[in-house]
Design a protein around this ligand. Sequence first.
Ligand SMILES: CC(C)(COP(=O)(O)OP(=O)(O)OC[C@H]1O[C@@H](n2cnc3c(N)ncnc32)[C@H](O)[C@@H]1OP(=O)(O)O)[C@@H](O)C(=O)NCCC(=O)NCCS
Length: 144
Amino acid sequence: MKDFAVRPAAAADAAAVGALAKSRPFTAKWPIADLSDEASRPDALFFVAVDGPIRGYALARLVDKEVRLLDLAAAEDGRGLGRALWDALLDAARERGAAKLTLEVSADNARAAAFYAKRGAKVVGRRPKFYYDGSDAVLMDLEL
Ligand SMILES: CC(C)(COP(=O)(O)OP(=O)(O)OC[C@H]1O[C@@H](n2cnc3c(N)ncnc32)[C@H](O)[C@@H]1OP(=O)(O)O)[C@@H](O)C(=O)NCCC(=O)NCCS
């Protein structure tokens, strides 16, 4: 059984989400003020996993019928946090009429790429040297 809950993010969660992002590799290190704004943007899908403190987050943007995954991270790997956040995000995206999810993942991030592939996302392209560290972005899509 899950020992955490997933709920929509609030502006007050921004500092904790920013701190968690900083603590994990491969995350988008957004400024706290931007994360705070995301919580009230009508075109954002933003969820947190909590067990008291925040243990994970998922952030995406809805553009027409496409939901673009902007970031996803868990405080601890392998506890089901990523899976629960992903499920919440996809449920919300479908409810809001999204037909497709798109994402980028670093070619160096095998774990996340496997996580997305296992959930049905397909590699549709590659963007060389997309990330600040020079790594390529692998582009993946999922029909919803
Ligand atoms: C990618 C990430 C979000 C996955 O979240 P997670 O909470 O670890 O994932 P879960 O616990 O839900 O487990 C997902 C799967 O990995 C499996 N798993 C558990 N431990 C594992 C391990 N040590 N190595 C590989 N897979 C493992 C789980 O069994 C589960 O299998 P399932 O696909 O059959 O459900 C997480 O690893 C993370 O935050 N990574 C750093 C940030 C990052 O890379 N974000 C993605 C940016 S594009």
